[in-house]
Design a protein around this ligand. Structure first.
Ligand code: NAD
Ligand code: LMR
Length: 328
């Protein structure tokens, strides 16, 4: 594919609230760059209401007259949506409501990713990359990857970037500094309250974050808790789960995955790094090597506190894997 031919982007849940922010950002060039045309292949469930809503979204996309948006396909057939897709953005799934944990969605949402994993493997482009947003994202991603015979497991990533962005902002606020001064804050484990934002490796204005913040109790307590439970706080405040910030995080996730040299948090097949079970998809720091490819950044030292946090989030991922064993 030449760099000026449109990149084929399949988006599921395209009439949903995340997609309503996401599609317009992609079409404006925020994800693949200001020179890269895109072709949308938008998937919804085969029901009248969402399909009609999706037609409306497509009309609005038309009405933006985005120079980069070369075509819009609207469908309820995964084989059409994923056909020759270079990126498959799997957003479509039920969001949780108040009082639920993301893992409570596994039974309903998990099965979506069986079919979609199979169809993607059959019809997507040779270079296809898959990013899963639908919750519980890590485990749904594992389910989709488990269906693939052609595409390797490292093509399947899940989003923990929203957690990284949340952590970055919380550190900046605590240090009363601009958030661009905060670097190298990475998320380990599950996109759930057990996730671990590894503050010890973060820097603020080039100095170790713990020295700048000078409040270990806050870092180990309220900081980890605020980041881990931010999704629930937004549901409580908004009456609906995060949407614009989730779409923004997916833009960051994909853009950084196609930008060599970037180090960022992505949930990937762990391969045992940092003690994660090699079968689970865990948030980890990855370095983008070539566009769409990455390596896990190993060697960050983990103290006793960090090891315990990683053990807890790993245990939850292993538990989720056991709960969906019949779907793998
Ligand atoms: P939403 O209910 O507004 O939209 C979801 C859309 O997906 C609906 O239009 C629905 O019809 C569609 N859908 C359901 N099953 C589908 C299928 N099999 N194929 C295609 N489309 C399908 O929900 P939302 O707020 O956009 O959230 C979507 C998902 O993203 C939820 O599971 C939510 O929990 C998750 N989420 C994840 C993160 C993250 O950081 N990983 C952040 C925010 C939300
Ligand atoms: C989030 O983190 O905002 C999303 O995963 C939505 C949720 O259920 O918390």
């Amino acid at each position: 594919m030449s760099s000026t031919s449109p990149i084929r982007v399949a988006v599921t849940g395209a009439a949903g609230q995340i997609a309503y922010s996401l599609l317009f950002r992609i079409a404006s060039g925020a994800m693949f760059g200001p020179d890269r045309p895109v072709a949308f292949q938008l998937l919804e469930v085969p029901l009248e209401k969402p399909m009609q809503a999706l037609e409306g979204v497509a009309m609005e996309l038309d009405d933006c007259a985005f120079p980069l948006l070369k075509s819009i396909t609207v469908t309820s057939d995964p084989a059409i949506a994923f056909k020759d897709a270079n990126w498959c953005l799997l957003v479509g799934a039920k969001p949780r409501g108040p009082g639920m944990e993301r893992a409570d969605l596994l039974k309903d949402n998990g099965k979506i990713f069986i079919t979609q994993g199979q169809v993607i493997d059959q019809v997507a482009a040779e270079d296809a990359r898959i990013a899963v947003v639908g919750n519980p994202a890590n485990t749904n991603c594992m389910i989709a990857a488990s269906q693939a015979k052609r595409l390797p497991a490292d093509r399947f990533t899940a989003m923990v970037r929203l957690d990284q962005n949340r952590a970055q902002t919380q550190l900046a606020k605590k240090a009363s500094t601009d958030l661009t001064a905060v670097r190298d804050i990475f998320i380990y484990g599950n996109h759930s309250p057990t996730m671990f934002p590894a503050f010890a490796h973060a820097t603020i204005n080039g100095q170790p974050a713990p020295a700048v913040i000078n409040d270990d109790a806050w870092l180990k307590g309220p900081f980890c808790e605020t980041v881990g439970k931010r999704g629930a706080a937004i549901i409580a405040a908004r009456g609906a789960s995060s949407a614009a910030s989730a779409a923004n995080a997916l833009v960051d996730h994909v853009r950084d995955l196609i930008t060599p040299g970037t180090i960022h948090s992505v949930a990937v097949k762990s391969n045992g790094a940092y003690g994660f079970d090699p079968q689970v998809w865990a948030g980890l720091p990855v370095r983008t090597t070539t566009p769409g490819s990455y390596e896990v950044v190993e060697g960050y030292a983990m103290d006793e506190f960090a090891q315990a946090k990683i053990a807890a989030t790993n245990a939850e991922l292993v538990e989720e894997r056991a709960a969906v064993a019949s779907m793998l």
